[in-house]
Write a protein that binds this ligand. Structure first.
Ligand code: 5RP
Length: 255
């Protein structure tokens, strides 16, 4: 019923790219470089397609990550008239300001017509894993305050079942170990993200090998652990519009 038609091809391409980059020969380094360029080109294509959802004269929510960097480049080139942007991280705020856009607090802007961001994984229900860049808490707040959540990915991030990408969980320092133990009881392998603090000053635990058969239930279960600030599962508030860039260009999927 819900299935990605091109998923096996996409995964094959992804695996081939990964194994090529692991072989220490000049040839494989060149191949990995070409794959990398292709992936960057796909991110740029997704960012261009996302521009369609930018509303002139309104506030715009802008997320975090390398795909969003391409999106900010597109904004800088096309220069929409915006009331201002609401940003999910300091890095994005700095880039937007450098490009000449105003950045406002969400407390000031109120709800947003549109929020544009990337993701680390997406399933056929447009449920996501996010937080690879560590901005998950602010991303969740903005997504929850936006009428339209536009998510941009390249085809390698489409999965049938979430969980291949380690699930980020932002925690209060004091609850680090108790949350990690609870995550082990849930079947995961938690690893503290070494040397990392979120923009909110908190550590992040990346959880490997979780069986995420029911993303909404797991999101609620992890949210309820004392000490958890936010979990990078976006299932209760999934994307509304998914833009997937592959070798044949960008495809838009609506929930
Ligand atoms: C940051 C995120 C990013 O959206 C996610 O990590 C995807 O990043 P990229 O576009 O670099 O692949 O959730 O917290």
């Amino acid at each position: 019923m819900f299935a990605w038609a091109p998923i096996s091809l996409a995964l094959d391409r992804h695996r081939r790219a990964r194994s090529a980059s692991q072989t220490a020969t000049l040839h494989s380094v060149t191949n990995a470089g070409i794959e990398m360029n292709k992936q960057e080109a796909q991110k740029r294509a997704a960012a261009e397609a996302a521009y369609e959802y930018v509303r002139q004269g309104e506030y715009l929510g802008v997320g975090t990550g390398s795909t969003v960097s391409h999106f900010i480049d597109v904004l800088a080139e096309r220069r929409p008239t915006l009331k201002g942007c609401v940003s999910s991280s300091q890095v994005t705020t700095d880039r937007l300001r450098k490009a000449g856009f105003d950045v406002e607090e969400l407390n000031y802007s109120g709800d947003l017509p549109a929020y544009v961001d990337g993701a680390d994984e997406v399933n056929p229900h447009l449920e996501l894993i996010k937080g690879g860049g560590g901005a998950l808490t602010r991303e969740k707040i903005i997504a929850g305050s936006s009428r339209q959540f536009v998510c941009m990915v390249d085809a390698s991030k489409q999965v049938e079942r979430l969980g291949r990408f380690p699930l980020p969980v932002e925690v209060i320092d004091m609850g680090r170990s108790s949350v990690a133990r609870a995550l082990v009881r849930m079947g995961g392998n938690p690893e503290l993200r070494e040397g990392f603090r979120s923009d909110n000053g908190h550590p992040i635990i990346d959880v490997y090998n979780l069986d995420i058969g029911n993303p909404i239930a797991m999101e609620e279960e992890i949210n309820n652990l004392p000490g958890v600030v936010a979990v990078g599962l976006f299932a209760r508030r999934p994307a509304d519009i998914l833009i997937v860039a592959g070798k044949d260009g960008a495809q838009t999927i609506t929930r």
